[in-house]
Design a protein around this ligand. Structure first.
Ligand code: ZN
Length: 500
């Protein structure tokens, strides 16, 4: 290791330590902290965030980064230091382009928007939230101007979570999905009675649900000596390092699928975090490629594995042992069909595989129109209803199940596209894994998930962010981001299930 490299990583590790300490506090806030801790915790998190930010934008850090960049300039193209430089430079540029004053204003406005959102939800009325949201849109435009963008302001916001993503590329991606999925959803809606999901509802004891979910992700390869599951209102995954990855779930005793698939989903995020390269831990190179690629890993285990016939051939006896009354008489086919029930619905987080991306299309197109000044904040509910009707054939009766359902807009715009990137990438990776492993469904039916996890470790997890999304996709699958495998998977699977 050269002196310049160790000077840089020394500083990066310190910043990462501060951020992981903040992550511990954030995790505690969502899991065990009593309500009385709220105010103090907000102060502590803000203090750590500004400490990490100050270290990153300090002149001393700039000097160390510049010296490292000079050293790397002459290195061969495949030298990993280029990748480290790219990821650090990106974080540094973002942090230095956003003035501290603007970051502070965004945090305060977020708090104000959150309160307005809570009040608006109580009133089931978007107009209560609209003034704060209008300010958030203006501020998002200001942030975009500070960051810079290739074509239009929305690009800058998308790039924050999906490096390289643009409004144009997002519209194209969602346009391809809509063209195939809207007619498919209509065809399924006309035959909804062909699938019976009633076995998934009833009374499912909390403790048995908890154990069954853990049994599934243990079989996937989740390492409980380097991670654990706790409870929270909204399931999430966070990491304090490759040796300590936390996932959460919430259990609904009346519904089997809710907690089970949330554990599979967060378990998939957790497997990615546990597989990141330890040698680059505490640097940006040791982190995930993007939020979309992260989501591809959760969706792969939740849907491509967890909602497959092969998985239920393996797992049904275990589910029957946990719930003999509810599942005792169910066949693999009963379970497979029930967990793949499709329903055009109002709420994104409850959406199935077929309708999910249409919810994202609604938000993405509205956000883009807001950023372009083509739509005003107070007109969002009407535009929302029109798009829901067009894409899903359902109209929210009030804003609580419409434009007020997601918390995302209290923090800013641009965060939704990662979900669709995740769905699309999950199918690309699955197809490539199937080609590479040959007998993937047979292995899964035997409960042997190791070959799949090894494939993901090698092609994705171990890279950290050495590759871009497109770069890793080319190496792992032979092509860049494409909707083809996802659309083929959805059409084949659901045409068969619904007899279309
Ligand atoms: Zn997720």
């Amino acid at each position: 290791m050269t002196d310049r490299l160790s000077a840089l990583t020394g500083r990066l590790e310190e910043i990462d330590d501060i951020q992981r300490a903040a992550a511990v506090l954030g995790w505690d806030q969502m899991t065990y902290m009593p309500q009385g801790g709220n105010a103090g915790r907000g102060e502590q998190l803000a203090a750590l965030a500004s400490l990490a930010h100050e270290r990153l934008v300090s002149p001393a850090f700039g000097d160390v980064l510049k010296a490292f960049a000079d050293e790397v300039a002459g290195a061969p193209a495949d030298d990993i230091r280029h990748a480290l430089l790219r990821t650090v430079q990106r974080a540094y540029d973002q942090a230095t382009k956003l003035p501290q004053e603007l970051v502070g204003r965004q945090m305060r406005l977020s708090a104000e928007a959150y309160e307005a959102w809570v009040a608006a939800r109580a009133a089931k009325d978007f107009t209560v939230f609209a003034p704060a949201f209008a300010k958030m849109v203006d501020l998002s435009r200001e942030i975009a101007e500070a960051l810079g963008y290739p074509e239009e302001p929305y690009d800058a916001l998308l790039d924050l979570s999906e490096p390289g993503m643009t409004a144009r590329a997002g519209l194209d991606l969602l346009g391809q999905l809509k063209a195939e999925l809207v007619p498919l959803v209509q065809a399924i809606a006309a035959h909804q009675e062909r699938v019976d999901r009633s076995i998934l509802y009833g009374q499912f004891a909390d403790e048995s649900q908890w154990r069954l979910g853990l049994e599934a992700i243990a079989a996937f390869g989740f390492d409980f000596s380097r991670g654990r599951q706790d409870r929270s209102i909204h399931p999430f995954t966070t990491s304090f390092g490759v040796g300590d990855v936390r996932i959460t779930t919430r259990i609904v005793e009346e519904s089997f699928a809710s907690a089970f698939f949330s554990t599979l989903h967060e378990g998939g995020h957790g497997l990615y975090e546990q597989g990141l390269p330890a040698e680059w831990a505490r640097t940006p190179l040791g982190q995930a490629i993007s939020s979309g690629v992260h989501e591809s890993q959760s969706r792969l285990w939740e849907n491509l594995v967890g909602r497959s016939r092969a998985f239920w051939r393996y797992f049904l006896p275990k589910a029957q042992a946990a719930f003999p009354v509810q599942f005792g008489h169910a066949s693999v086919e009963d379970m497979y069909r029930a967990v793949n029930y499709v329903e055009p619905s109002l709420i994104r987080v409850d959406a199935d595989e077929v309708t999910y991306n249409l919810h994202i299309a609604v938000r993405f197109e509205l956000e883009r129109a807001l950023m372009q000044g083509e739509l005003k904040a107070q007109d969002v509910p009407e535009a929302w209803r029109a798009k829901m009707q067009d894409y899903l054939g359902v109209t929210p009766p009030h804003d609580l199940v419409g434009a007020l359902q997601d918390i995302h807009w209290t923090g800013g715009l641009g965060g939704f596209i990662g979900y669709t990137v995740g769905n699309v990438v999950s199918a690309q990776v699955w197809e490539a894994a199937g080609r590479a492993l040959g007998d993937l469904p047979e292995r899964i039916a035997q409960g042997d998930f190791a070959p799949l996890l090894q494939f993901l470790r090698r092609e994705i997890h171990q890279l950290g962010s050495r590759e871009t999304t497109d770069g890793f996709l080319h190496k792992a699958t032979g092509e860049g981001l494409t909707t083809r495998p996802y659309l083929a998977y959805i059409k084949n699977k659901y045409s068969e299930i619904y007899g279309l």
